[in-house]
Design a protein around this ligand. Structure first.
Ligand code: HEM
Ligand code: NFK
Length: 248
């Protein structure tokens, strides 16, 4: 076994295939490939976290969730590398992308679904790709981190009734009001807030970087571009954990 064998470097380093002969297209490819690798690792961790929360094994679940929010921070920081791409340099090769866009990142959507942001409308972008469709449908049907957390609340004795937002809010409110008594659940909630927080930070740097590079041009994927991305800024997987702060 060698370093290169173990890491499959022939495959990994043979996978950067710029379509133009412009210098900066390599950066664009490498940034997106590292993003997909980190998404793969986050999906690995979120699967672990869901299983552990489901078994009330909170301490190891917190480890996986902390790792997720740290990876999110690295992804947020990587926008600063992409910001060195100037508008003129990006526009020089943007045409090679055709209609491809981040809407087609199946792993990004799978992560949103597994956190609890389950919007089946996004399946549309993957309908012609059997493997991605199957994974996304499984994520929609399977238990999310949000649902696993609600099940943990119920096992601890909280009545979530029909699972309405109000019942969920009331349960978390009680956990925060008496955090000493409900310490495991309180810590779980704070890890969930860390993940929502980091995802919003990533979204915000995305919009800002997009504005910096293409202004308000429409996106290659067919959306309005930066205005669409702005509209995603208040998407939260755990909105009750944010709103309860007002009620405390
Ligand atoms: C020059 C750089 C970039 C530009 C101009 C850009 C622009 C856009 C635009 C306009 C959209 C909306 C879809 C569309 O109409 O095309 C979008 C979506 C998306 N982009 Fe980017 N993007 C850039 C880089 C990146 C990078 C580096 C990542 C990942 C690290 C990324 C991930 C995504 C994801 C996941 C979506 C879907 C977001 C959602 O629906 O909530 N993009 N991007
Ligand atoms: N939506 C971008 C293009 C883009 O960002 C992109 C295109 C192909 C592969 C990855 C991409 N990045 C994620 O949005 C644009 O409108 O310029």
């Amino acid at each position: 076994m060698t370093y290169a064998d173990y890491l499959a470097l022939d495959t990994l380093l043979g996978a950067q295939k710029p379509l133009s002969d412009l210098h900066d297209e390599m950066l664009f490819i490498v940034i997106h490939q590292t993003k997909e690798l980190w998404l793969k690792q986050m999906l690995h961790e979120v699967d672990l976290a869901i299983g552990l929360v489901d078994e009330d094994r909170f301490a190891p679940a917190y480890k996986a969730m902390s790792r997720i929010s740290r990876i999110q921070s690295v992804m947020t920081l990587s926008w600063d590398v992409l910001s060195t791409l100037t508008p003129v340099d990006y526009m020089a090769f943007r045409h090679v992308l055709g209609t491809s866009s981040g809407f087609q990142s199946a792993q990004f959507r799978e992560l949103e679904f597994k956190l609890g942001l389950k919007n089946p409308a996004f399946l549309e972008y993957h309908k012609d790709i059997p493997d991605a469709s199957a994974r996304l449908k499984a994520a929609l049907e399977g238990q999310s981190l949000r649902e696993a957390s609600h099940a943990a609340l119920q096992r601890a004795g909280f009545d979530l009734g029909d699972g309405s937002d109000d019942a969920v809010s009331a349960a978390w409110l009680e956990v925060y009001r008496d955090a000493d008594r409900w310490f495991d659940l309180y810590q779980l909630a704070e890890k969930l807030v860390d993940i929502d927080d980091a995802l919003s930070m990533w979204r915000f740097k995305h919009v800002l970087t997009v504005e910096r590079i293409i202004g308000n041009k429409p996106g290659t994927g067919g959306s309005a571009g930066a205005p669409y991305l702005r509209s995603t800024l208040d998407k939260r997987a755990f909105p009750e954990l944010w709103s309860l702060r007002t009620a405390l």
